[in-house]
Design a protein around this ligand. Structure first.
Ligand code: ADP
Ligand code: ZN
Length: 359
């Protein structure tokens, strides 16, 4: 088992990572909070067996447990669904001492975290992420929220969990595409922050592709540590440091928006977006071609998509100019200067961004 400590003064917490951790949920929560009543909010696809084993462990630790199930998919990250959960929690007798346990992928973590942050002015909350994407990225850092019909993650909060419990064994049932999409964010951590980790990924492709338990524990632990370092330095994204996590994401968000969310999984669009960003960095003379090639080869070995879909480039450019990260219409990108290091580059000419869309 590995542990990553996220140091945020009185909001500090641990992430515990290993195979078979679900059976330790009760102990994990009880050692951090009095847990007389727990509300387990679970994705319908992972109720059996994952949410069930979390609940069983919580009951053995003496908790009364209620379960609320949500239907899989991003559409559940809505104000209407949050309202349904608030009411269901009231009906289940949740009060200020109840603990919310989120079991599922990023959708459940964001939604259940938002409900925990708001119900009775804020409840303790534990994340039990079951997708690779959530285990390496979205469950760390305290961003919770729901979508508005026209804007993703527009309503939310920073609400740090009491702890994050990651059972690598849950990845055994994750569909292949979802698994690979998570690897997109994993590669991102290597490029932005850790050249040695990137090289480790290059030399362990076979283990990664067969979901080897030790490789998974290593990857998740390293990504959580890297993300925790960034979050510790810039918890609420006020000094811009947290922006390094957006490598590839300006292109990614444009691709997701123009293809209508659903064509690509987020991590797949991240892989394509990182290829665009790497080409842009090369065209600006910030990196040489060999880094573009190395990134391409690793993403290809992990069987991620690399090519920007054949959609209208003007539409992609327009979507980029609407990105939250854009100030006064000037395009800004997080770009590498070498493997393991990125910088915010402002005022990029739109023609260069357009040229970087395709190789
Ligand atoms: P993400 O974590 O990538 O944001 P979601 O929360 O939307 O994604 O989960 C992606 C899909 O994977 C959903 O259909 C969800 O029900 C399913 N899922 C989550 N965890 C597992 C798992 N461990 N095994 C099988 N399917 C899972
Ligand atoms: Zn992302």
């Amino acid at each position: 088992m590995s542990r990553v400590r996220v140091n945020l003064s009185e909001r500090s917490y641990d992430i515990e990572i290993g195979a078979g951790m679900l059976a330790r949920s009760g102990e994990f929560v009880a050692s951090r909070s009095r847990v007389s009543h727990a509300v387990c909010i679970a994705d319908a696809n992972v109720v059996s067996p994952y949410a069930e084993s979390v609940e069983e462990s919580l009951r053995s630790a003496g908790a009364r447990v209620a379960r609320l199930t949500i239907q899989p998919g991003e559409r559940c990250k809505s104000v209407a669904e949050a309202e349904r959960l608030w009411n269901a929690m009231l009906a289940a007798g949740a009060d200020r001492k109840s603990v919310v346990i989120a079991v599922g992928g990023g959708v459940v973590g964001d939604l259940a975290g938002f409900v925990a942050a708001t119900y009775a002015r804020g409840l303790a909350f534990v994340q039990v992420p079951t997708t690779l994407l959530a285990q390496v990225d979205s469950s760390v850092g305290g961003k919770v929220g729901v979508n508005l019909p026209g804007a993703k993650n527009m309503v939310g909060a920073f609400w740090q969990p009491l702890g994050v419990l990651i059972d690598t064994a849950t990845l055994a049932t994750l569909p292949d595409r979802e698994y690979r999409a998570g690897l997109g964010e994993v590669v991102k951590y290597g490029v932005i922050l850790d050249a040695e980790f990137f090289a480790w990924l290059e030399s362990h492709v076979a283990e990664i592709n067969r979901r080897d338990a030790a490789a998974l524990e290593h990857i998740i632990t390293r990504c959580c540590r890297l993300k925790a370092d960034v979050v510790e330095a810039d918890e609420r994204e006020t000094i811009g440091l947290r922006a390094v996590l957006n490598y590839g994401h300006t292109f990614c968000h444009a691709i997701e928006a123009v293809t209508g969310y659903g064509e690509y999984l987020h991590g797949e669009a991240v892989a394509i977006g990182m290829m665009c960003a790497a080409r842009l960095a090369a065209s600006l003379g910030r990196i040489d071609q060999s880094l573009v090639v190395r990134q391409r080869e690793l993403l290809a070995a992990l069987r991620l998509p690399l090519e920007t879909p054949s959609v209208d480039d003007d539409a992609l450019l327009a979507a980029m100019q609407h990105d939250k990260k854009v100030e006064h219409g000037r395009l800004r990108f997080i770009l590498p200067t070498r493997l393991g290091h990125v910088e915010l580059v402002g005022d990029v000419a739109p023609e260069l961004a357009r040229a970087a869309l395709r190789s």
